[in-house]
Design a protein around this ligand. Structure first.
Ligand code: DAH
Length: 338
């Protein structure tokens, strides 16, 4: 009888404790079962009224149940305080859409460099690079630029020391490649160049792509053909170009490539200084003196060379009037070239 009552109390207590959701309910349950007038406490009080033979057994079971209910009470307390903690934390809304990371894009100058190199690469040109801090020898001397040449003037060249400069063009890469490699050579070299100059169309740091092709029968027609293909790929098949005689110490003959102004189509505007033409590439046939310096036989090989300013090409392609826009890192400007 008594044992049945105890079992019933146990079942009820355990179920109630497990279902409890707050500390208040737990306290009430504690009082109900284990308090001074609690259901389990009462059993102990009633022990004396039982026949002597039943007392030890009922006492033992009552003790067991008391321990069990105390344990249940403790774990319910822990559970409830854990639940409280969890509720206090900000709730994570897993239905919210994810936040997309901002993905960067190539700088317009890098895009144009890639495009230029891509065109020459399809024509079989290898892409090479060279140092930006360069020896006077490679930047000037080996390119047949004598000591008194105006390009060496302090106001153009950044000197690191007497014989070390920031390269003023990418042409020294021609020398470095020919020193290491026997003909035939077919290379383009993109990179930064530096000149002490700054206005709407000049920045102290700018980019060039250099080209060089050396072999047994390379002629001026090859130069014209290659640069015509290039201009047509870069600016469109309908773009007119002309080769105008010019001078560079490292080429003979030398020329500059003009394209019909992409802004006014030859009518004359501010961008082309009302000439209708835009100068985009310097070029020529490699000077025999340059071949001699790198140990090539000028009687056995000929070569064509060219160099172009990337910012200038980018300005024409994108219709940008101030070169400095490229280097101000204004994200709203750069975003237009996604
Ligand atoms: N290095 C020249 C410059 O910076 C550009 C140039 C002209 C490069 C003629 C060449 C060339 O390779 O043949 O103005």
């Amino acid at each position: 009888m008594m044992i049945d009552r105890l079992k019933k109390i146990e079942n009820e207590a355990v179920r109630a404790l497990q279902n409890a959701r707050d500390e208040e309910t737990l306290n009430q349950l504690k009082i109900k079962y284990l308090g001074r007038k609690g259901l389990i406490t009462n059993i102990f009080r009633e022990l004396g009224k039982l026949p002597a033979g039943q007392r030890p057994e009922v006492g033992r079971v009552a003790n067991e149940i008391k321990t069990l209910v105390s344990k249940e009470l403790n774990s319910a307390l822990k559970r409830i305080s854990r639940e409280k903690e969890r509720e206090a934390q900000p709730q994570l809304d897993i239905t919210l859409p994810g936040r997309r990371p901002v993905i960067g894009t190539l700088h317009p100058i890098s895009q144009v460099i890639d495009e230029v190199c891509g065109i020459f690469s399809e024509l079989g040109f290898e892409i090479v690079e060279g140092p930006e801090v360069e020896l006077d020898y490679y930047n000037f001397e080996a390119l047949n630029i004598p000591k008194e040449h105006p390009a060496r003037d302090m106001q153009d060249t950044f000197y690191i020391s007497d014989n070390v400069v920031l390269r003023t063009h990418t042409s020294p890469i021609q020398i470095r490649v020919m020193e290491k490699q026997q003909p035939p050579v077919r290379m383009v070299a993109p990179g930064k160049a530096y000149r002490c100059d700054s206005d709407i169309s000049h920045t102290p740091m700018f980019h060039q792509v250099e080209g060089l092709m050396v072999g047994e029968d390379i002629s001026f027609s090859h130069l014209k053909g290659i640069l015509t293909i290039f201009v047509h790929h870069m600016f469109g098949e309908d773009i007119l170009l002309r080769f105008r005689p010019s001078f560079f110490p490292f080429t003979e003959p030398s020329a500059e490539v003009d394209i019909l102004c992409v802004i006014c189509h030859g009518r004359g505007c501010r961008v082309c200084s009302h000439t209708g033409w835009l100068e985009v590439i310097g070029c020529g046939m490699v000077h025999p003196e340059v071949f001699r310096v790198v140990g090539y036989d000028p009687e056995a090989v000929t070569g064509l060379a060219f160099g172009m300013g990337i910012e200038r090409i980018a300005m024409l392609k994108f219709g940008i009037e101030d070169i400095r826009m490229f280097f101000q890192n204004n994200i709203r400007f750069l975003k237009q070239f996604f």
